[in-house]
Design a protein around this ligand. Sequence first.
Ligand code: EPU
Length: 333
Amino acid sequence: MIKTDFSLLHYNSFGIDVKAKRFVEYSTVEELKNLILSGDISEPYFHIGGGSNLLFTKDYPGTILHSRIGGITVVREDVESVWLKVGAGINWDRFVAYCVDHDWYGLENLSLIPGEVGASAVQNIGAYGVEIKDFIESVETINSFGESHTYTNADCKYSYRNSIFKHKDMKNVFVTYVYYKLSKIRKFTLTYNALRDEFEALSVRTLPEVRSLVISIRKRKLPDPNILGNAGSFFMNPVIRKSRLPEFLKMYPNMPFYEQPNDFIKLSAGWLIEQCGWKGKNMGAAGVYEKQALVLVNRGGATGTDILSLSDAIRKSVHDKFGVDICPEVNIL
Ligand code: EPU
């Protein structure tokens, strides 16, 4: 399907009203290959997922691509594990719900994350102590020349909210299927304090109960993009050298931080932003969510530039107060 001057309003969770010169959607690998061979995908182009980690700042002058490749297939299974092949265009939370219904463990902490399966492998999505990289076996792709290539988990070079697919020179590589390995043996990840506390207090025992608990924690902290436009965490949590920690703790004894390998620590961008007084504040129609300062919201009718101006002002405040640079997690177009 090819459309021209297409409104992207329903293809970005910020609810920014911009147009793409061309919009191309495909449902199979063959369809994508045909589009490529017939020259329908020419520069400039950009492949989106669910648009839940994206900020459009102006009309897109080229082609926006979107996958509708579906299908959840069991590739193999044994007593302990199941290996799945999943289409990139499937809604992420629908896939998590499917796994929970089938008693497959691993993805329940990632319930209700907006977006699609393809983006889970690009973005290395994570929440409540779980990152998707720990469940991905491989990623099947097609590039803009129509060539297929499968990347192993190691090839993907996963790190915090990052993968090889986010590099500029990988822009022409489109994810078609993601292969996951999940567990059939009951085990939960309870390293996130709030989740563990409620798990214990409520005597939660089953996989659907854990999913419900994660959904309820998420709903309490994060705005529903269908009601208030947002893209989840707008910034990544900054990773800095551990040698700077004493200086910070002297001034802010309650500052949250998380140990990282190789003498690094991760700070909480939400905490830093809140200390700068931004929580619940607005700049025009762009705002900082009142329950989680890491989330920027569209209060109604904001443009991408409004959100970007707010982001720039926040980054400057955090830099001026703490000498720490925070970088957007959201892709800005
Ligand atoms: N905090 C504040 N003020 C705030 C927000 C947070 O002081 O406004 C403090 C909290 O009190 C806590 C710490 O910062 O001590 C961490 O907060 P939280 O547990 O809410 O997590 P986060 O680091 O702000 C990350 C992810 C979220 C994910 C949660 C839970 C990133 C960029 N964000 O947020 O992911 O849901 O942990 O695992 O890593 C997303 O990527 O879109 C996203 C929502």
